[in-house]
Design a protein around this ligand. Structure first.
Ligand code: PRP
Ligand code: URA
Length: 209
């Protein structure tokens, strides 16, 4: 795996991901685990945010403290990316949020765009694109192309499970975009689902099975 792909196989991620993979897990538990894994992935994906100095007083003395600059935009890919956005908002409450609507045509597996609303100042922001699943890579590639068209330069992609083919496609299309994921699974099946995977992330998050 190249050094732009961060596979966070932390024990807590592995534990929570096993719960998400289990087909008997309830919608609530699935959603809770997506949130908790989002927190853990978000911690790593924000490790190089810029800091600025500001003056405060502790109960003991004055000091120059650090705070993160207001710089992040979160862009969940609808629908399933919504399952990670609250976690990232918990970590970065000042982040602006954009939305990109894409779904895969079930026959061709090609992404179909239906919505795009991004913050006006996206070009100045560190953009974190959120989607639990990177399968063929088509949705992530198109979403990032749409974001780049609006001028964004610093983009990371954060997902829960990636397939090797999705990583390869996304790295080829957007070599400047680092990928943060919780696991890299084995392959895609004939319907474009990740194996072993967790099934259809959007359906499992929103109970539309
Ligand atoms: C899923 C998933 C990704 C996409 C990944 O969305 O959330 O967006 O598939 O597949 P790809 O890498 O092959 O493009 P889906 O199309 O099922 O839409 P939904 O989130 O609205 O259910
Ligand atoms: N989208 C999903 O939700 N799951 C997969 O396994 C592949 C694409």
């Amino acid at each position: 795996m190249d050094d732009k792909v961060y596979v966070m196989n932390h024990p807590l991620i592995q534990h929570k991901l096993s719960i998400m993979r289990d087909k008997n897990t309830s919608v609530k538990d699935f959603r809770d685990c997506a949130h908790e894994i989002g927190l853990l992935l978000g911690y790593e994906a924000t490790k190089d945010l810029d800091l600025e100095d500001y003056e405060i007083e502790t109960p003991i003395t004055k000091m120059t403290a650090k705070r993160t600059k207001r710089q992040v935009a979160l862009v969940p890919i609808l629908r399933a990316g919504l399952g990670m956005v609250d976690a990232l908002m918990d970590l970065i409450p000042a982040a602006k949020i954009g939305h990109i609507g894409l779904y895969r045509n079930e026959e061709t597996l090609e992404p179909v765009e239906y919505y795009c609303k991004l913050p006006n100042d996206i070009k100045e922001r560190q953009v974190l694109v959120l989607d639990p699943m990177l399968a063929t890579g088509g949705s992530a590639t198109d979403a990032i192309t749409m974001i780049k068209k609006r001028g964004a330069k610093r983009i990371k992609f954060v997902c829960i499970i990636a397939a090797p083919s999705g990583i390869e496609a996304l790295r080829k299309a957007h070599p400047d975009v680092d990928i943060y994921c919780g696991a890299v699974d084995d392959h895609l099946n004939e319907n474009g689902y990740i194996v072993p995977g967790l099934g259809d992330a959007g359906d499992r998050l929103f109970g539309t099975l």
